[in-house]
Design a protein around this ligand. Structure first.
Ligand SMILES: [Mg+2]
Ligand SMILES: [Zn+2]
Length: 194
């Protein structure tokens, strides 16, 4: 029996990948992504999701969208942004199963704004599985921190705020670093092969 192989199996048996949105799937903006026009996919990101799907992984998004709480855009705009995202994904042969988002600002003291774990707990409930060993991919420290209490595997990408996040340090233990979502998908799927 190969102990190392046995140890790496549980994460892949769950077949779920959780992604942050801004700075991971699409280019981030300090001015917030407020309209479909401002939502621009990072090159290779949708193809990476397609690759994960082809390997049998469901891909879900967990995203802080405090622009809603700040009144910068409304639910109609957010839905339109996500319609564009889903259409662009479909064009690339990719499917994003669901988008979980927090509309609050830090002042709201909600339980869903990352680094809190509420969004991830919602995902665990919706999919009826433990998120232990499930990869969470983000460009900000708080994306990775949100997964720590649930035992998610932290993956930092260097797109968006990723380089700044890496330079700042204090990453959760065992954080893996990838150039982009595309690099994550290649690394992650290669690691999962026998
Ligand atoms: Mg981000
Ligand atoms: Zn919230």
């Amino acid at each position: 029996m190969d102990a190392r192989k046995e140890k790496t199996q549980p994460p892949h048996s769950r077949k779920l990948v959780i992604l942050d949105r801004d700075g991971v799937i699409n280019a981030d903006s300090d001015q917030f992504i407020k309209s479909p026009e401002e939502w621009i996919a990072i090159p290779g990101a949708l193809e990476a999701i397609a690759r994960l799907n082809q390997a049998g992984y469901r891909v879900v998004v967990a995203s802080n969208q405090s622009g809603i709480g700040r009144g910068l855009f409304d639910m109609v705009a957010l839905n339109a942004i996500h319609t564009k995202m889903h259409r662009a994904a479909a064009t690339a042969g990719a499917r994003i199963d669901a988008v979980f988002f927090c509309p609050h600002t830090a002042e709201d003291r909600c339980e869903c704004r990352k680094p809190k774990s509420g969004l991830l707990e919602e995902i665990a409930r919706r999919y009826e599985l433990s998120l232990s060993g499930v990869p969470i991919v983000g460009d900000s420290l708080r994306d990775l921190q949100a997964g720590v209490p649930l035992g998610c595997d932290p993956h930092l990408v260097l797109t968006g705020k990723g380089r700044k996040t890496l330079a700042h340090g204090n990453l959760p233990p065992h954080t893996q670093v990838h150039d982009s979502l595309q690099a994550f998908a290649l690394d992650f799927l290669a690691a999962g092969q026998d």
